[in-house]
Design a protein around this ligand. Structure first.
Ligand SMILES: Cc1cc2nc3c(=O)[nH]c(=O)nc-3n(C[C@H](O)[C@H](O)[C@H](O)COP(=O)(O)OP(=O)(O)OC[C@H]3O[C@@H](n4cnc5c(N)ncnc54)[C@H](O)[C@@H]3O)c2cc1C
Length: 404
């Protein structure tokens, strides 16, 4: 193929009527929309985007890319920070049409299309009073989050997302379609659970679901100046909580709008974002030791359906923002980190920027280090730093602050 401009035409001609999905190329009117990723800092121009409607379509697209020696990327939810769900001048297999969700309430399992978002899964399981451990923003793709491990509000109580994966339907690089589970292709099943990707395209995941319906969730904020006291208390407090309760630590600027009280808009804060299963009394009891620390500016935890908590930040972080990410796994939060975190977060370059410490313990620690390739079972926290803004002109400032 002489130029990537003709890849979409070639795909249409060669795969023809047998292809059940659709192709979008640079000459098509929907191209810009189809190639746009969640992170507006990444701007890639694929030669062709193939929206796959079936596992056979996925196999056909892999074969097409191999035949033409074009680079190939799989796109799930399109959230990957570095844009791994797309590729310049290559073929994107967009899985978003593979989004069926089927719940077996009696068996407490759910089958999920490889291109689903967590919002779709959460909505379907919630109807049966069930939930699968997922991430904290519901527009994130099931595919990328699961294959990377999956940390969220239910990690302490029910493990990482991969700890709840029972089986996967996978299209391999040679087009073969296989099932991976503890009983079939067990080595592939092992690799899919945190092995870094590229073992094949997962067209369907089967997860174990858990009886979680309503939770007490939401944030408590303290002034950033109280970081030393609050974070020191939190690092001792969190591991003492029962597994049905958790809270990730955050540094943020209070968003300038409802539901946050106007008097604290744009104030820099540290905080805990709670997720507690059980009665209101149990939740109050669980949170009480932390609420007695320092002087909270706002306590916004309330009873809500789990999908409401899992999507509570979707509106703040919609598509199209500039994102720069850094993340690491840490074993301890040393004293020196208190002052350093306060100093650094005082310089957040926009109100959307921030950093989080997600607990990794509870059920995530029950799984042995060799049981999955996910290499951070010994860590106690995942720290994520995000420089985020709507304005492309501020991208260098977001990057500089995040990199440090
Ligand atoms: C706003 C936001 C919030 C987040 N919150 C969390 C969180 O709470 N917890 C957490 O653990 N992570 C979180 N993440 C990180 C997220 O899990 C990763 O960025 C993940 O890669 C996104 O998956 P995706 O399918 O949306 O992305 P994509 O960019 O579509 O894909 C990411 C990678 O996975 C591959 N991939 C996707 N689907 C498949 C599939 N079906 N088969 C094979 N390969 C596939 C892609 O090829 C690519 O390499 C968050 C990210 C964002 C942007």
């Amino acid at each position: 193929m002489s130029t990537t401009e003709v890849a979409a035409d070639a795909a249409r001609q060669e795969l023809g009527a047998e292809f059940e999905g659709e192709f979008v190329g640079p000459a098509d009117s929907g191209y810009d929309e189809a190639r746009t990723l969640f992170n507006a800092m990444i701007d890639k121009r694929p030669a062709v985007i193939a929206r796959c409607a079936s596992p056979n379509d996925v196999a056909r697209v892999i074969a097409f890319a191999r035949a033409h020696e074009l680079p190939l990327a799989m796109r799930g939810g399109g959230h990957n920070g570095g844009g791994l769900g797309s590729v310049d001048d290559g073929v994107v297999a967009d899985l978003s049409l593979l989004h069926s969700v089927s719940v077996d309430a009696d068996a407490r399992t759910v089958r999920v299309g490889g291109g689903c978002t967590w919002a779709e899964v959460d909505a379907a399981t919630h109807e049966h009073g069930l939930a699968v451990p997922c991430g904290v923003i519901s527009t994130t793709g099931v595919g990328g989050l699961t294959l990377g491990g999956g940390i969220g509000h239910l990690t302490r109580g029910y493990g990482l997302t991969i700890d709840n994966l029972l089986a996967a339907e996978v299209v391999l690089a040679d087009g073969e379609q296989v099932t991976a589970s503890a009983d079939e292709n067990a080595d592939l099943f092992w690799a899919l659970r945190g092995g870094g990707g590229n073992f094949g395209v997962v067209t369907e995941f089967t997860f174990r679901a858990h009886p979680v319906s309503d939770v007490v969730g939401g944030p408590t904020f303290w002034p950033l100046e109280q970081t030393a006291e609050v974070l020191a208390a939190y690092r001792e407090f969190l591991p003492t909580l029962p597994r049905n309760a958790t809270g990730f630590f955050c540094f943020h600027t209070v968003p300038p709008g409802p539901p946050f009280p106007e008097e604290i808009h744009l104030r820099k804060v540290c905080g805990v974002v709670w997720c507690i299963q059980g009665s209101d009394e149990e939740a109050e009891q669980a949170m009480a030791p932390m609420l007695a620390v320092g002087t909270p500016l706002m306590h916004g935890a309330a009873r809500m359906p789990l999908p409401a908590l899992n999507s509570a930040f979707d509106g703040l972080y919609g598509p199209g923002d500039q994102w720069y990410w850094r993340a690491d796994f840490v074993d301890e939060i040393p004293d020196e980190a208190m002052a350093r975190n306060q100093e650094w977060n005082d310089k957040m370059p926009s109100w959307k920027s921030g950093s989080h410490l997600y607990p990794i313990d509870g059920v995530a620690h029950d799984v042995g280090p060799e049981e999955t390739p996910w290499a951070y079972r010994d860590s106690r926290w995942a720290q994520v730093i995000i420089g985020v803004d709507t304005d492309p002109a501020s991208a260098p400032a977001q990057r500089d602050w995040t990199v440090g």
